[in-house]
Design a protein around this ligand. Structure first.
Ligand SMILES: NC(=O)C1=CN([C@@H]2O[C@H](COP(=O)(O)OP(=O)(O)OC[C@H]3O[C@@H](n4cnc5c(N)ncnc54)[C@H](O)[C@@H]3O)[C@@H](O)[C@H]2O)C=CC1
Ligand SMILES: CC(=O)C(C)=O
Length: 256
């Protein structure tokens, strides 16, 4: 049986790009997403391209649903070898304006979701006793400041920390935990961020996006495929000695 990768939030955007790449790398693919209709459409597309895939409805902020996704993956394909905590949401708000409701909502998805996904994946991988890879969606906003993305940025700093701690705790089981830190990727998320920033700053539609893109040393915005190439490496045996890392893939915006 081939290896199996679960990608949360894989119906569209970066998650879809990762799922497609891992499918082409030979993984059987499980897409878990709240938007089950879109997840099913994506799976149909993949099957037409000879990628063996399954769509499962799952809200990452619900612990029981994350465990149910893993169970469905195992029932269908026999194992979970790679688990990508990709699902995430954005919010555009000055720190002074962040409401308790919004703060709770974004932490529920981006942080609690990553914890629950890690728990569900680790339990199954330990049972399989064959190691595994857990790969988290961080961001360059999980390492540095982005104006008006305070709550979002705080969740990604948390994901960065969780990646490091999970890596230390799970290393004894040969489970590696790493994270990808994209920059400015052209997905639905950035359409919403642009909308929010435009409103805050009195700009025209597309201006906030363009301002960020103009700041990228490699002089183009990022695609899901750019991110997927890093994740493909992290999921592969070539990365078997790497754990606890949060790796920038951002066209050179953040250099250390
Ligand atoms: N777009 C960007 O520029 C960057 C994105 N990222 C991160 O990459 C990840 C993916 O981002 P995008 O593809 O841009 O987002 P997106 O908004 O285009 O797609 C997100 C997907 O996650 C699903 N989703 C949302 N909440 C969910 C939940 N509670 N449970 C299950 N599924 C849920 C949505 O239905 C959607 O299919 C996120 O964690 C994001 O923070 C990191 C850096 C840059
Ligand atoms: C959405 C996001 O993480 C950035 C850096 O734009």
């Amino acid at each position: 049986m081939g290896k199996v990768a679960v990608i949360t939030g894989g119906a569209q955007g970066i998650g879809k790009g990762i799922a497609e790449r891992l499918g082409n790398d030979g993984f059987k693919i499980v897409i878990s997403d709240m938007n089950i209709d879109l997840a099913q459409e994506t799976v149909k597309e993949f099957k037409e391209a000879n990628i063996d895939a399954l769509a499962v409805k799952g809200n990452v902020s619900k612990q029981d649903e994350q465990f149910a996704v893993v169970k469905e993956a195992v029932d269908k394909f026999g194992s979970v070898d790679v688990f990508i905590n990709n699902a995430g949401i954005d919010q555009v708000e000055a720190v002074e304006d962040i409401t308790p409701e919004n703060l709770e909502k974004i932490f529920n998805v981006n942080v609690f979701g990553t914890v629950y996904g890690t728990q569900a994946a680790a339990k199954q991988m330990k049972k399989q006793d064959n190691g595994g890879k857990i790969i988290n969606a961080c961001s360059i906003a999980g390492k540095t400041a982005f104006e008006l993305l305070g709550a979002y940025s705080a969740t990604k700093f948390a994901v960065h920390g969780l990646t490091q701690v999970s890596a230390k705790e799970l290393a004894q089981f040969n489970i590696k935990v790493n994270a990808y830190c994209p920059g400015i990727v052209g997905t639905g998320m950035w359409d919403r961020i642009d909308e929010g920033m435009v409103e805050y700053k009195g700009m025209k539609q597309g201006e906030a996006w363009q301002e960020q893109v103009d700041n990228i040393p490699l002089q183009r915005s990022q695609t899901p495929e750019d991110v997927a190439s890093l994740v493909s490496y992290l999921a592969s045996s070539d990365a078997d000695y790497m754990t606890g890392q949060a790796i920038n893939i951002d066209g050179g915006i953040e250099v250390h």
